[in-house]
Design a protein around this ligand. Sequence first.
Ligand SMILES: [Zn+2]
Ligand SMILES: [Zn+2]
Length: 342
Amino acid sequence: MDTSSNGSNGSNGSIRSAEITAVGRVEVLTRPGPQGRPAAGHVRVRMLAVGICGTDLSLASGSRTPPELPWRLGHEGVGEITEVGPGVEEWMIGDRVALEPNITCGQCEYCRRGVTSACASRLSAGVLTQPGFLAEVVDHPSGFCHRLPAGIPVERAVCAEPLTVAAAAIRRTGLQGGEDVLVIGAGAQGLLATLVLVDRGYRPWVREPDEARLRVAIELGAQAFDLGTSPAPQVVIDAAGVPEGLAAVVDRLAPFAKVTIVGEDQDHLGASSFDIVQRQLSIRGSFIYEHPEDMATAVAMLEKLPTEAIVGPGLALDEVSELLGAHSGRRPGVKQWVDLRG
Ligand SMILES: [Zn+2]
Ligand SMILES: [Zn+2]
């Protein structure tokens, strides 16, 4: 077995890969790496870091069904290009990139309208259709790579994809400037939304039951929302998507408040039509982001947003089994990530 951990293909071309092998079980397996030159329009990437989020936990625990077993996880990846396929001219060996895991077709009605998030033929690495990024080396379409700003730490770069989700939710909300904005939930999405809002001059209110997470939000520039005394929010970014979140505040919102839901959960939210109608709320869901502008914008924002403030210490690939296994304990940092630099 090849146990090379230098991050590139082992001497026999093998790579290590973190895969769900059964419900509640994630194993690090040695697999054949990508062989030969990358396909036309693709690049080969030596992975540097991969973030772990609730989607990975749902897939590993079985609350969401992986497309097949074994299933390689990881959709929040950054790496370094080691080889380019035919027809790839925009990338060179050594370029550092964030990978956009949602590969949209560019041809369908929605893609042509610029709303690729609704693409009917969307491929989704690590989640729906393609093996993910939690491996030492992966091949990826060159048009779905985004150049990282020079010199930013890997701990910051690893937040590129979830930051894109948060920033797209805020873009779609259409802020006017100066509103009282409430962020529900201070998990990774809520904290990344907080960072974007603070960067835009807001001091968002945050509602989060976990005191340690709330403290992180306040350190990033938010203020704790109090149901009794805080002003009526004109904008809500719901990064939790659970009944305890939105339903608890819906009758405190300002008339015409705009609510953007980005957190996903199976439970019904429990807001009454009475509150929605009488307050004339606009409620929208925000799913992923539009290719390529949203991720390009978010990756450029990494130059100034200290997203490393929300991540824990990097895990070794071998530690993923324990993190995503059935009996995972809580680790420091709101967001977990795997350090593949070796
Ligand atoms: Zn994610
Ligand atoms: Zn499409």
